[in-house]
Design a protein around this ligand. Structure first.
Ligand code: FMN
Length: 414
């Protein structure tokens, strides 16, 4: 799916927006709000879910209650407590309102200032920023009336997150797809206080991610348990900061972060070739992939038959992609990753020096691989910088910010 709108120029709040009303409206993408809530809660945000009546036809409020840890509000006439003014109270306690997914019908109603259910009333009564993540069929999106409503809402100061372009739930292809939840969070990063997003417009960021897969014979492989989540999170964060992003990935089960160009590879050799093809105009290179250190010397052209005897495989070292890039005459700013199962600090520092790179991100393999969150330490010329445990999305923004600041220092001093 392609990113069809640049990351929006977000407001610059005086303090991070931590308390959110998440409005869910009626559309197929309502189920994706569940993942969005999970990620928001994981990122330490307070999320009060409010659903339209139509949204409750697509997904039960109980799902959102379980994920947000709060009762879901759905009815203008059913006051939870206090003075019975939920439509005002809910939004007074919030720093921002996000409608995700936002239906065509909902956009139409709020563009006209209507207040005929709890969510529209709450939007009308708010004085905090409004973010809209639309999701609808491509013809509904293109509909002139819908486009007029969007123009009105933008004029009134609403921030649009998406939509994306691609195959839709109805089978049609075009504009109107809901942005993936990670993409929405990445785009919101600057207002969440995760970082002051570096401005990467005009910069090319190249990343490797996921495992590599080395053939033993046509049906058997050597690989590792890397999920690709950290690399994909970094790619999404770089897109959100305006970079041109190329993601060279081994096989993973993850959706392509929006706005990236992806090159799929399997083996370490293929990954090296793809990196060298792309590296010439790259500004920042993140070697996140868990590249196999060894590959079978002579992969068999046919399936190796079971004989009952011990089988000896001869393995030869794979190319060192990061060291190769770092040794180029005009290398980009290189960031490596070290996943170790022990002696993290010692091994990560050694690896940074051996590869002659300015920054390495150290993490414990057992704490990192396959998980949604991580705990990392950044190692550079100044020493080590541990970061508190956080989601990989949030850490990606911190890594990007640190790398960009170092890159600027290097450029200024060279
Ligand atoms: C199966 C189904 C899927 C729908 N998907 C969408 C959608 O993705 N986007 C949209 O704008 N409307 C969609 N609609 C129409 C909305 O549900 C309808 O306009 C509804 O009135 C929206 O109410 P709300 O804006 O109060 O949530 C869909 C309707 C049905 C029956």
């Amino acid at each position: 799916m392609a990113l069809t709108a640049p990351p929006p120029d977000l407001p610059v709040p005086s303090r991070p927006l931590r308390r959110w009303v998440l409005g869910v409206t009626g559309g197929i993408a309502a189920y994706k709000a569940a993942e969005l809530i999970r990620l928001m809660v994981k990122a330490g945000l307070e999320v009060q879910v409010v659903m339209t009546a139509a949204a409750t036809r697509f997904i039960a409020p109980l799902t959102f209650q379980a994920l947000s840890g709060r009762p879901v509000a759905t009815d203008l006439w059913e006051a939870s407590e206090g003075a019975g003014m939920d439509h005002i109270d809910l939004v007074r306690q919030a720093d921002a309102v996000l409608i995700a997914p936002a239906s065509a019908d909902f956009l139409a109603r709020i563009a006209q200032g209507m207040a005929d259910d709890l969510l529209t009333t709450l939007v009308a009564a708010r004085s905090v920023p409004l973010f809209l993540a639309p999701a609808m069929n491509q013809a509904m999106w293109q509909n002139p009336a819908n486009q007029r409503n969007i123009a009105l809402l933008k004029e009134d100061g609403a921030y649009f997150l998406g939509p994306g372009e691609g195959v839709q739930a109805c089978g049609e292809v075009g504009l109107g797809r809901f942005w993936e939840p990670t993409m929405i969070l990445d785009a919101l990063a600057p207002v969440l206080g995760w970082e002051n997003a570096p401005d990467l417009r005009g910069k090319k960021v190249l990343l490797t991610a996921g495992p590599t897969v080395e053939a033993i014979d046509p049906v058997r492989t050597l690989t590792n348990i890397s999920s690709g989540k950290m690399g994909y999170a970094l790619a999404a964060a770089a897109v959100a900061c305006g970079a041109e992003v190329v993601l060279i990935s081994g096989p993973t089960a993850l959706p392509l972060p929006e706005g990236c160009r992806m090159i799929s590879v399997r083996s370490a050799n293929q990954m090296r070739d793809a990196v060298l093809d792309e590296i010439h105009d790259t500004d920042l290179f993140f070697a996140v992939a868990a590249v196999a250190d060894y590959t079978p010397a002579n992969p068999s052209g046919h399936k190796i038959k079971k004989t009952g005897e011990a089988l000896t495989l001869k393995l030869v070292p794979t190319p060192d992609i990061l060291a190769t890039v770092a040794a180029l005459p005009r290398p980009p700013f290189c960031v490596g990753f070290a996943a170790e199962s022990q002696n993290l600090e010692e091994y990560a520092k050694q690896k940074r020096l051996a590869k002659k790179i300015p920054l390495i991100v150290g993490n414990l393999a057992q704490r990192a691989l396959g998980r949604d969150d991580n705990e990392i330490i950044l190692f550079d010329d100044q020493g080590s910088h541990p970061l508190p445990p956080a989601s990989k999305s949030e850490l990606a923004h911190h890594i990007l910010k640190h790398a960009f600041a170092l890159m600027r220092q290097h450029t200024l001093s060279s």
